[in-house]
Design a protein around this ligand. Structure first.
Ligand SMILES: *Cc1c(COP(=O)(O)O)cnc(C)c1O
Length: 441
């Protein structure tokens, strides 16, 4: 039956290229790339893997997929999901990113026309957010902040750290390995569950360059435990003239009553830490960044280290971070603080539109922050097989599979995107209603 042979029905290249959708793409990605993708699509049609009438949209989708990440709507209930890129940016931070895409005054004083301190508005915003910090520095991420600080202050010498704080943060990233890779020798003190001030004091020698305290942010040790407080270590730090560096992890500028176990920069510095290091894209709710705050002269010493140039933040990060610090709220703050009532209303609205059951759902801060803290909320329950199809939709919706069901936890879903979630679920429902193999025929 030659007329049904798919090879006879492969659309011609010139006809495909003339389609307005692809003509448009040629002006952005270029004619050669579109032609190449069309050839690949035609090959799929020839093999019978793609219906000819879907060639144009398939080529357009493929070209878009190649040049950007897929947008994901976070229905996991985990606020800072590392695999989903952690914090969602505040609208002001998104605007700042776009406004900074071209040339900016990131390192120029427009009044005098001469070079100025890089990212000074971001540094000013940090100083306003954490007045106890005399100096501030922004680098690529929390790990870079800690590496740079230790390299600058202790290379070739020793740093004292509690055995209870030798943590693995994620994806095989181990703090002891990171520290030793900077050429700093780790001197472990105390035991896994108990470390006292005296353990640190006894370990100080002429080789000691600094005392490090790390917030073990992704786990909790319970039972017979004790640790030396920042205030106690600050006493030792002053007495022995050793800088006290505290890696607080999550980057809360001030205490947050909803997160009682989470250290913050202001309290840690007030308790006597010389420097604090943290991430920008955890509880601070900003872009990926590493922040160093503390004594102005010590921050300056870190800034002057040659490796600082290798770790420094780019203009987009600096702009988004300044805007985050200047915003009264951000999606991370809202997701962590959303009341159960508000979440229930949101879930019930969604449940009504989908004709689906609304169930309680426990969310998490995630991203290695506030381990063990439950965030009680609400979700819409769907059959388990929805999860995979929702993940493959556009936008992708990533839900949580629990107890044989797909839960759409509404905590991290922006109100403005609920229509998109409804559309995604209805599209899956439609797919599932079609008989097997009927799609696109
Ligand atoms: C998350 C975390 C880091 C690493 O920060 P990144 O920004 O992911 O590089 C380091 N230390 C602690 C305590 C953390 O929680």
């Amino acid at each position: 039956m030659p007329t049904t042979d798919p090879r006879r029905r492969v659309p011609r290249t010139d006809a495909v290229l003339a389609d307005p959708l692809l003509a448009d793409l040629q002006s952005t990605v270029g004619r050669d790339r579109v032609r190449e993708a069309v050839r690949e699509g035609q090959e799929q049609v020839r093999r019978g893997d793609l219906p000819p009438e879907l060639l144009v949209t398939s080529v357009a989708d493929e070209l878009r997929r190649r040049s950007r990440h897929t947008e994901v709507l976070n229905a996991t209930g985990v606020v800072l999901h590392t695999n989903l890129g952690r914090a969602q940016l505040a609208p002001a931070a998104v605007e700042a990113l776009v406004a900074s895409a071209g040339c900016t005054d990131v390192e120029l004083d427009l009044a005098t026309g001469v070079r100025a301190r890089r990212g000074r508005r971001t540094l000013d915003a940090l100083a306003r957010a954490v007045p106890a910090a005399g100096g501030a520095l922004v680098v690529n991420n929390g790990a870079a902040a800690l590496s740079l600080v230790l390299t600058s202050l202790a290379q070739g010498r020793e740093v004292l750290v509690s055995r209870g704080e030798m943590v693995e943060i994620g994806d095989g990233f181990r703090l002891p390995d990171l520290i030793e890779s900077t050429g700093v020798r780790l001197r472990e003190v105390g035991t896994t569950n108990r470390t006292r001030l005296a353990d640190y004091a006894d370990a100080v020698t002429e080789r000691t360059a600094a005392i490090l305290k790390v917030h073990p942010s992704n786990f909790r040790v319970e039972g017979f435990t004790s640790e030396a407080t920042v205030a106690e270590l600050a006493g030792l730090s002053r007495e022995r003239e050793l800088p006290l560096v505290v890696d607080i992890g999550s980057g809360l500028p001030r205490p947050d009553p909803v997160l009682p176990g989470e250290p913050d920069a202001a309290t840690t510095l007030a308790a006597g830490a010389t420097l604090v290091t943290c991430s920008g894209d955890k509880l601070l709710g900003g872009p990926q960044a590493g922040i160093v705050l503390g004594a102005a002269d010590v921050v300056e010493r870190v800034r002057r280290h040659p490796l600082q140039r290798a770790f420094r933040a780019d203009k987009l990060t600096l702009a988004a971070l300044a805007a985050t610090l200047g915003s009264a709220t951000n999606p991370t703050h809202e997701a962590v603080h959303a009341s159960s009532d508000v979440l229930r209303d949101r879930a019930e609205g969604l449940g009504r539109r989908l004709g689906a059951e609304v169930v309680p759902s426990v969310g998490r801060v995630g991203g290695g922050s506030a381990p063990g803290l439950d965030l009680p909320g609400w979700a819409v329950a769907l059959p388990e097989l929805y999860a995979e199809r929702l993940r493959l939709g556009s936008p992708a919706v990533v839900a949580r599979v629990e107890g044989g069901r797909t839960l759409l936890d509404v905590r991290c879903l922006p109100q403005a995107r609920l229509d998109d979630v409804v559309e995604a679920v209805l599209a899956v429902r439609e797919q599932l209603a079609e008989p097997e193999g009927a799609s696109g025929a």
